[in-house]
Design a protein around this ligand. Structure first.
Ligand code: AMP
Length: 326
């Protein structure tokens, strides 16, 4: 089970941190993937763009290879049971632990004018999303590690207080560790809204991709053979590893170690490989987005599957809590 907020355009971080794993998981597991529209209300109260963004996230997920016939691909707000479970879990979450969450502190800093209770209890809603389907594996990027830890805490607390209902959810990635796709300006990670020129979106056109990669931060190059790579250079190599062939990576590694590397050439190659990777996804997503009847069908089918699973869990939850008076 996992979700992505419809707060803007999907980017390479969303792809390599999350969606790539979704696509592989659909072959092996019973999967629930949602557009986290309720979560987006905590930071984006203006809903003018919401419908467009929901359609966009759905289209991009499908264009990346998610098969709506195979998985439950749905909108969070279509599964009303989420709100009920969120309410019960809120009685099990303490103000102190919620205030310590790193993402909460970041958001308070970014938007001091909108520190709402939903923002504080974001990890509780996220736990409800996950355990509503009694999910074990949650494919997410590295930035979600702490939220998953909290989801385990809340699920365990529920089990301890009311009896075993939920498995322990854990963050999941097919590689060795959770992924963080760095931004092109060497400052932090790619993100939907914070640093648009340093983030590669799955909707960027070829020229924009080439321009952004060209402007990626580099330095004047190594002066000693086999020197360790500074972080900004490591970031460019990390991005190359995501989309380029092994021969290309090996060539630039050798050039780096021999101090003959030309970052202009490296970024040109990286830009071209990014264009090859992103182009087909962008085109497919565009054609899906232009078919609202199909998207409606996807959302209806997804909501039906998700609500079936949610209803079964909520029977167990109400019984365990003791809300059975007849
Ligand atoms: P969000 O865009 O915050 O709704 O995140 C959706 C999914 O993408 C989550 O699983 C995140 O962990 C993942 N994600 C977002 N940005 C990155 C990034 N730069 N690198 C890796 N994963 C990311």
């Amino acid at each position: 089970m996992s979700g992505i907020r419809p707060t803007g355009f999907l980017h390479l971080g969303n792809y390599f941190g999350a969606v790539r794993n979704y696509v592989r998981m659909q072959e092996e597991f019973e999967c629930y993937f949602m557009v986290a529209d309720l979560h987006s209300l905590t930071t984006h109260p203006d809903t003018k763009e919401l419908k467009t963004n929901v359609h966009r996230v759905l289209s991009e997920n499908i264009a990346c290879g998610l098969d709506p016939d195979r998985v439950a691909l749905f909108c969070q707000s279509h599964v009303y049971e989420t709100a009920e479970l969120y309410l019960y879990l809120n009685m099990l979450a303490y103000k102190g632990e919620l205030e310590k969450t790193v993402t909460f502190k970041d958001k308070v800093r970014q938007h001091p004018e909108n520190v709402n209770a939903g923002l504080l209890t974001y990890p509780v809603l996220q736990t409800a999303d996950i355990i509503l389907h009694r999910a074990s594996y949650v494919p997410v990027g590295k930035d979600q590690e702490q939220h998953l830890e909290m989801a385990r805490t809340f699920a365990n607390r529920f089990n301890h207080r009311y009896g075993d209902v939920f498995p322990e959810p854990q963050a999941f990635n097919y590689g060795d560790e959770l992924v963080k796709v760095p931004s092109l300006d060497g400052a932090g990670k790619m993100s939907k809204s914070e640093n648009q020129y340093a983030t590669l979106y799955l909707s960027d056109n070829d020229k924009l991709i080439m321009d952004k990669v060209k402007k990626a931060k580099t330095d004047s190059g190594p002066t000693e053979p086999n020197s360790p790579k500074p972080e900004i250079i490591q970031n460019v190599f990390s991005l190359m590893k995501l989309v380029s062939g092994q021969d290309v990576i090996d060539k630039f590694e050798t050039d780096y170690n021999n101090c003959t590397i030309r970052y202009g050439d490296m970024k040109k190659q990286l830009g071209e490989d990014m264009v090859k990777f992103i182009g087909p996804i962008r085109e497919k997503a565009e054609s899906i987005r232009n078919n609202p009847a199909y998207l409606k069908e996807v959302m209806e089918k997804g909501a039906e599957k998700a609500r079936k699973s949610a209803a079964a869990t909520m029977e167990l939850v109400r019984e365990a809590i003791g809300l059975n008076y007849f």
